[in-house]
Design a protein around this ligand. Structure first.
Ligand SMILES: CC(=O)N[C@H]1[C@@H](OP(=O)(O)OP(=O)(O)OC[C@H]2O[C@@H](n3ccc(=O)[nH]c3=O)[C@H](O)[C@@H]2O)O[C@H](CO)[C@@H](O)[C@@H]1O
Length: 363
C-alpha cells in the first residue's frame, strides 16, 4: 500500500500520524509512506528525524474573523490543492489520511477530487475547522471521543481512538526514567504544557519551584522549546532544586510516560489518549485559547470519570498546583483509584482499528 499521511502544526496532530505509520510498518513491510506537511509546522522537524519521506506545501490557516488575510488563504488553498494533486499523482497514492491541522485541507481535498480513498482522523471532542470542511468530501472519519460524531455525517464516522494510545503501551519506563535523568526509586510527576509548552503553566511552576524542592517526589518539567531560555534564566535566579529536572522538549515521550506516576498538563487530545492508555492520573489545565474551548470538553471526559482533576487556568496559582499534586501523589488510595479510572478510558488498540479501516477502504 502506498500511503500519504498529512497533519501538522502541533504535536497533537503529528504524533498520531507517526504512531499510525509505525504500526503499519510493523504489519506490512512493503508499505510506502509520504508525509505532507508545511515547513513552518513542527512536522518539518519531527517527521524527517523519524526517517519518513517528507514534502511540504505552502498553506496558512483561516482567521475566524472577516479579514483580507482570508482572501490570500483561499488563493494559497487553491495553489495547495494544485501542488498536492501533483505530489499525489507522482507518489501514486492508494490512500490518503489527514490527522488534522490546516495543512490537511488541500492535501485531503485534492485526494478526494482525484478519486483516491480518504480518511480524516479527529482527535478532539469538538472538531476543528479543517476537519469539518473535509468531512463532506472524505470517505471515512476516525474519531476518539463519542461526542465528536455529532459534528460529522453519521454514516462516515468510526470510533477508532488515537493511534498514539497504542504506541505508548509496552514501553520500558525504567529506561524512560534514566533517559530523562529521573531516579528509579522515587515517585515522579511530569509537568508539560502540550507540544509547544504553555506560558501560564510555566509561570505557576516557577512560583512553586522552591516549594517543590522540599517534596519527597521528583519533578520532570518540560518548558516547551520556545520558552526554555526564558524559564532557565528565571530558574538561575530562584535556584534549581535537585529533585526538579528541567528540559525544553522530550523526543522519547512514550518511554518517559511509562515511568511517570502523575502528570500535570494541558488537555490536548493526544496527550489525553496517552494518559488514559497507560492509566496515568493527571491534573489538567485546559487551554482556554483553542477553538470552541475544546480542551475543556476533552478534559471533562476524564475528570467526570475520576481519571483527572480539572484545574481551570483562571484558578491556576503556584500554591494551588502544589496542593493538587500533593493531594494525589501523597495519597496512595486516591492515586490507585485515579489510575484505574484513567485506564478504563484508554483505547490501546486504536492504531489497529485505524489501520483496519484503511485496508478496507484501499481494497
Ligand atoms: C493550542 C492547540 O491548538 N492545541 C491543540 C494541539 O495540542 P498539542 O500539539 O499540544 O497536542 P497534544 O497535547 O494533544 O499532544 C502533544 C503531543 O506532543 C508530545 N510531546 C509533548 C511535549 C514533549 O516534550 N514531547 C512530546 O513528544 C505529547 O506526548 C503528545 O503526543 O493538538 C491537540 C490534538 O488535536 C488539540 O487537542 C490541542 O487543543
Amino acid at each position: 500500500m502506498r500511503i500519504v499521511v498529512s497533519g501538522g502544526g502541533t504535536g497533537g496532530h503529528i504524533y498520531p500520524a507517526l504512531a499510525l505509520i509505525r504500526e503499519i510498518q510493523k504489519k506490512d513491510k512493503n508499505a510506502e509512506f509520504l508525509y505532507i506537511g508545511t515547513e513552518r509546522g513542527l512536522e518539518s522537524n519531527i517527521v524527517p528525524r523519524e526517517g519518513i519521506a517528507f514534502q511540504s506545501i505552502h498553506i496558512t490557516g483561516f482567521r475566524r474573523k472577516l479579514s483580507f488575510e482570508n482572501v490570500k488563504t483561499v488563493l494559497r488553498f487553491l495553489k495547495g490543492v494544485g501542488d498536492s494533486k501533483k505530489i499525489l499523482r507522482e507518489f501514486k497514492a492508494d490512500i490518503v489520511i489527514g490527522t488534522g491541522g490546516y495543512v490537511c485541507g488541500p492535501v485531503v481535498y485534492a485526494a478526494a477530487k482525484l478519486g483516491i480513498p480518504t480518511i480524516i482522523h479527529e482527535q478532539n471532542s469538538i472538531p476543528g475547522l479543517t476537519n469539518k470542511f473535509l468531512s463532506r468530501y472524505v470517505d471515512r472519519i476516525g474519531i476518539c471521543f463519542k461526542e465528536a460524531e455529532n459534528y460529522f455525517p453519521k454514516d462516515k464516522v468510526v470510533l477508532t481512538g488515537n493511534p498514539r494510545a497504542s504506541e505508548v503501551v509496552g514501553q520500558d519506563g525504567v529506561k524512560g526514567r534514566i533517559s530523562a535523568g529521573l531516579k528509579i526509586n522515587q515517585p515522579a510527576v511530569l509537568i508539560f504544557g502540550g507540544s509547544r509548552g504553555a506560558k501560564p503553566l510555566n509561570e505557576a511552576v516557577l512560583k512553586s519551584l522552591t516549594e517543590l524542592g522540599s517534596k519527597p517526589y521528583q519533578v520532570l518539567y518540560i518548558t516547551g522549546e520556545v520558552h526554555y531560555d526564558e524559564v532557565k534564566s528565571e530558574v538561575e535566579l530562584i535556584g534549581n532544586p535537585e529533585n526538579v529536572i528541567i528540559k525544553p522538549f522530550i523526543h522519547n515521550m512514550p518511554e518517559v510516560l511509562a515511568g511517570i506516576d502523575l502528570t500535570v498538563a494541558r488537555a490536548g487530545a493526544t496527550t489525553l489518549a496517552e494518559l488514559t492508555s497507560l492509566g496515568i492520573p493527571s491534573i489538567l489545565i485546559p487551554s482556554p485559547y483553542v477553538t470552541d474551548n475544546h480542551q475543556e470538553k476533552n478534559a471533562l471526559a476524564l475528570s467526570s470519570h475520576g481519571a483527572a482533576l480539572l484545574l481551570p487556568e483562571r484558578e491556576l496559582t503556584g500554591p494551588k498546583l502544589v496542593d493538587q499534586i500533593d493531594s494525589i501523589l501523597m495519597d496512595q488510595e486516591k492515586l490507585t483509584q485515579m489510575k484505574q479510572a484513567a485506564k478504563q478510558l484508554g483505547m490501546p488498540d486504536a492504531a489497529e482499528r485505524l489501520y483496519s479501516l484503511m485496508k478496507e477502504l484501499a481494497k
